[in-house]
Design a binder for this molecule. Structure first.
Ligand SMILES: Nc1nc2c(c(=O)[nH]1)N[C@H]1C(S)=C(S)[C@@H](COP(=O)(O)O)O[C@H]1N2
Ligand SMILES: [Mo]
Length: 535
């Protein structure tokens, strides 16, 4: 380990440069101490909820406090990989912090121990403030800290050179050097063990989330079935997304770092607030309610023009109206605040839950229990409203209240109180900068999707280059709450580079505006235009 010193001596600054030597071994000890904290905490958290793991809790807390524009930027840059990127950045920050702490510990081991204890205490507080956690969920982090702090002190002692003030090098061939070498091997072994345990426990934690998906239940038979989907709802254009989005392809947007694991056997839905009589339902009781089935296209307010944060599924559930009728909504109530087990909330206008659009407390998605990622076991589905004001996943509570009295997760972060879905259309085929080959007659097929939930789509128009707007052919419209697909045959396609724009007209006659708006605060607008090539 004397290469460092050698390099310093031959540096341009001359042999006696008074640059302080970096105590690399202490730095390593600091990092290992930090990893020991995580390893023990992750391991112990296997006996608790997934959100008891300190990394998951701190990440979740971070997601809740970062400004909305940063979140939009992250979703824009990394899409559904945004959480992976957050995790990776947290790992880097943590490693840097613990490395600096190790450097500090080379001179002041007790201070470094106190800093690590402080990091552990900070993480414990965050764990405790997560909505889905209770006091025992602090145990993994507390134990992790309790093991890591003395470990750090031992590691710092082990890496210190045997003779104080001497170079922190292994001097081969003497007894002190030999015992120091053994200490360093021990430190390395602790480090490797800690990394293995941390990674292994994290892996088991993550796979447990997936395994609990399999814990299904028999979906009840709906009293009212959803309408048949005609075959020509799917337009005949190669490369179009499926008319009904398979569960595995359905976009996922939420603030949950670890997908909440909700046990349906202990799950309850509490309905209270401005009601005549409170109601608490178990999962069994909910399944016994008359269910209806409905195709609904969900859309995220963060969807950008042409984006894919929309999906169409067949949902099975109890109309919210049925349950609100039963509890008796008091005069003056104008909003229902739905709450998730992880603390997320959405504020939905009461009309949207009681009118004839059939808003659902849903348990099924495309013929299966809700997937874990999409709210298992129970979520809300409200046709016509963006997800952030309506589609609460892992639902546990409905508070009948007033907009004047309570606010929700995203409205607290600057998004509009009301979130009706804006009319939108996009080009799916070709992809942006994609290539199309003309058929034998010299024609190419273009296709896409349009939606205006609650109003339906009456027309879609397409413009190629600077040409006239042409009416696209529409696939069968299933309902006003579902998207429609469109297709356009461009008969006399000319080879070369082109652009295509699309705009839709709603069932209410509203023509989609060209005016661009960003997703914040109430959804994007503007025409989708892409460039493509005809070969
Ligand atoms: N518990 C919880 N529910 C939530 C959210 C969330 O962050 N947490 N996000 C909402 C948003 S913004 C959208 S767009 C929809 C997305 O539902 P999906 O992930 O099933 O597509 O869920 C809604 N329900
Ligand atoms: Mo969303």
């Amino acid at each position: 380990m004397n290469t460092h010193t050698d390099r310093q001596e031959s540096s341009a600054r001359g042999p006696r440069a008074a640059r302080p030597e970096v105590p690399w071994w202490s730095v390593l000890a600091g990092v290992i101490g930090g990893i020991v904290l995580l390893a023990v905490a992750e391991l112990v958290s296997l006996a608790f909820s997934s959100s008891s793991a300190p990394f998951v809790a701190v990440g979740g807390g971070f997601i809740d406090i970062i400004p909305p524009w940063v979140k939009d930027l992250a979703i824009g840059l990394f899409g559904t990989k945004d959480k992976l990127v957050l995790f990776a950045s947290m790992v880097v920050v943590y490693l840097v912090l613990t490395a600096l702490n190790g450097a500090l510990g080379s001179r002041r081991p007790r201070t470094a121990a106190a800093v690590l204890a402080g990091l552990g205490a900070f993480a414990t507080i965050i764990v405790l403030t997560r909505a889905q956690n209770s006091v025992p969920d602090a145990i993994p982090t507390v134990l992790g800290t309790a093991v890591a702090v003395p470990t750090l002190l031992l590691l710092l002692r082990a890496v210190r050179a045997p003779s104080a003030g001497a170079r922190a090098d292994v001097v081969p061939g003497n007894a002190a050097g030999w015992s120091r070498r053994r200490s360093l091997v021990g430190v390395g072994a602790v480090g490797i063990l800690a990394v293995i345990v941390a990674a292994g426990a994290r892996g088991v934690n993550a796979s447990r989330e997936i395994a609990s998906k399999a814990a299904g239940f028999a979906l009840p038979t709906p009293r009212t079935r959803a309408e048949e989907i005609p075959a020509d709802a799917q337009v005949d254009v190669e490369g179009m997304p499926a008319y009904l989005t398979p569960n595995d392809d359905f976009y996922r947007i939420d603030t949950a770092l670890a997908v909440p694991r909700v046990d349906p056997t202990t799950w309850e839905l509490r309905i209270h607030g401005l009601v005549d009589r409170e109601l608490t339902l178990t999962f069994e009781q909910l399944l016994a309610e008359p269910m209806i089935e409905k195709h609904v296209t969900l859309t995220c307010v963060s969807n950008t023009v042409g984006g894919d944060l929309a999906g169409n599924a067949t949902w099975l559930g109890v109309p919210v109206r049925t349950l609100l009728d039963r509890v008796g909504v008091k005069d003056g109530a104008d909003m229902v605040l739905s709450r998730s087990i992880d603390g997320f909330t959405a504020s939905t206008p009461i009309e949207a839950l009681t009118d004839d659009r059939d808003s659902l407390i849903a348990v099924g998605m495309n013929g299966e229990p809700l997937p874990q990622d999409h709210g298992y076991p129970v979520r809300m589905v409200v046709p016509g409203l963006y997800g952030y004001v309506s589609a609460t996943k892992w639902l546990t509570e409905l508070t009948v209240t007033r907009f004047a009295d309570e606010t929700a997760y995203w409205t607290d972060r600057g998004w509009s109180e009301r979130g009706p879905i804006k009319i939108a259309s996009r080009v799916d085929v070709p992809r942006s900068f994609g290539k199309l080959s003309p058929d034998a007659d010299g024609a190419v097929m273009l296709g896409g999707t349009a939606w205006a939930q609650q109003r339906g789509i009456s027309a879609v128009e397409v413009r190629i280059d600077d040409g006239d707007w042409r009416e696209a052919e529409l696939g069968a419209e299933v309902s006003a709450d579902t998207w429609v697909q469109w297709s356009l045959q461009w008969e006399d396609a000319t080879a070369g580079d082109h652009s295509v724009s699309v705009r839709a007209t709603g069932g209410d006659g509203e023509q989609q505006t060209e005016e661009r708006a960003n997703p914040v605060p109430n959804g994007a607008s503007g025409w989708h235009t892409i460039e493509f090539t005809v070969e």
